[in-house]
Design a protein around this ligand. Structure first.
Ligand SMILES: *Cc1c(COP(=O)(O)O)cnc(C)c1O
Length: 382
């Protein structure tokens, strides 16, 4: 089966991990600092906080922005459940903003309308979490402008978009947001096995997330409430977690980031081949906006006849093409329905889901295997 996404591991990656295994540090150690420095280098962010996965990074980001019970957090319905769950971990209320039918991203115009309405009712969100679907950035200038008008904070869920660009910036630089979250799960752009990071400009947000990643514990005498008792002494200042990344993972991350440019180049090449060979076949293909470069995490095509989606999916699987579907709208999950959401609440995301299939796309996909995918799909559609 050709998978829809797959990690790319080379001998350098393996040697980097083995080297850590022979060293004194296995858990959070010197490689974490190197990985965090590499992340700020490639993005232009001031700070990067590496953690155990992107879900943990989203949780810490919400906590660092003081999200709590009674607060509202808005995100996209066209995402993985973690983009919404992070607000629930903090006891906040979740709501969604529908998407653009072409990019699958949060629609900034619908966001503006919903904000105007929320302002009239005195129920503005504290945080908005746009998700860069399939690797293409949302319209961050528009969202950032609304953030300054309405006074909410912005967390970019850039789990798909490591290596993507928006206007003159790398995704993660944070020009229009407070915190950006990356995922290093094996199907994403670069991997650490499991892993994530939160990037930001503000040193205080970074310090808070570092502390929360390790139980809320500090060894900084300046922050202590009791008397400093000696070298062993630490204080737990707030309720944090163990969200640390290991040094083995960070070493893999440093090695992987060294190939980020190659990964993106190959993904772009494969996306361009799909575009040429699949156009005119009754599919709607993903479009890149002129001011953006997608990281091409996914290649989601949409069928004209949504009713055939299940059959096309099954036939592709039978042909050993490991397609997937992104995403079951989050508000339709039983957990979110039980909070009051209903079919019809976010019709664009629901329509997108009905007709979507993600084709295999990863740096190790050969032209030959991609041709097999294209041949299988076009013969099914004929
Ligand atoms: C993968 C993903 C996450 C969660 O990432 P983990 O590292 O697996 O926790 C969150 N949001 C989006 C959009 C994702 O695709």
């Amino acid at each position: 089966m050709i998978p829809y996404g797959r990690q790319h591991i080379d001998e350098h990656d393996i040697a980097a991990v083995v080297e850590v295994l022979r060293s004194d540090w296995l858990t959070q150690g010197p490689c974490i600092e190197r990985f965090e420095a590499a992340l700020t280098d490639v993005t232009g962010a001031n700070h990067a906080v590496a953690v155990s996965n992107a879900t943990a990074a989203l949780h810490l980001a919400c906590m660092a922005l003081d999200v709590g019970p009674g607060d509202l957090v808005w995100t996209s319905p066209n995402t993985f459940v973690a983009s919404a769950n992070c607000a629930r971990y903090c006891g906040a209320t979740v709501d969604f903003v529908d998407i653009e039918a072409d990019t699958g991203n949060m629609d900034a115009q619908l966001l503006a309308q919903k904000l105007a309405d929320a302002a009239r009712h005195g129920r503005l969100p504290k945080v908005v979490i746009p998700v860069h679907f399939a690797g293409q950035s949302c319209d961050m200038a528009a969202i950032g402008e609304l953030a300054s008008v309405y006074g909410f904070k912005v967390i970019e869920d850039a789990s798909h978009a490591v290596g993507g660009r928006y206007r003159q910036d790398a995704v993660g630089c944070g020009r229009f947001s407070d915190i950006t979250v990356f995922s290093f799960h094996p199907v994403k752009i670069v991997t650490t096995g499991e892993g994530g990071a939160a990037l930001c400009k503000d040193p205080q947000l970074a310090a808070r997330m570092r502390r929360l990643r390790s139980h809320g514990i500090s060894r900084d005498p300046a922050l202590m409430q009791g008397e400093y008792a000696g070298g062993w002494y630490y204080e737990q200042l707030e309720l944090g977690f163990n969200y640390r990344m290991t040094d083995m993972q960070a070493a893999l991350g440093v090695s992987q980031l060294g190939r980020l440019g190659h990964f993106i180049l190959r993904r772009r090449e494969l996306a361009a081949r799909y575009r040429v060979q699949l156009s005119g076949r009754g599919l709607s293909l993903p479009e890149e906006r002129v001011d953006r470069q997608s990281a091409w995490h996914l290649y989601p095509v949409r069928l004209q006849e949504a009713a055939r989606r299940r059959q096309v999916y099954d036939l592709l699987r039978t042909a050993n093409v490991g397609v997937n579907v992104h995403y079951i709208p989050v508000h339709l999950q039983p957990y979110y329905r039980q909070l009051g959401f209903r079919p019809g609440d976010f019709p664009v995301a629901e329509g997108y889901y009905q007709s979507a299939i993600s084709l295999p796309l990863f740096p190790g996909l050969t032209d030959k295997d991609q041709d097999w995918v294209i041949e299988a799909l076009t013969s099914i559609l004929r």
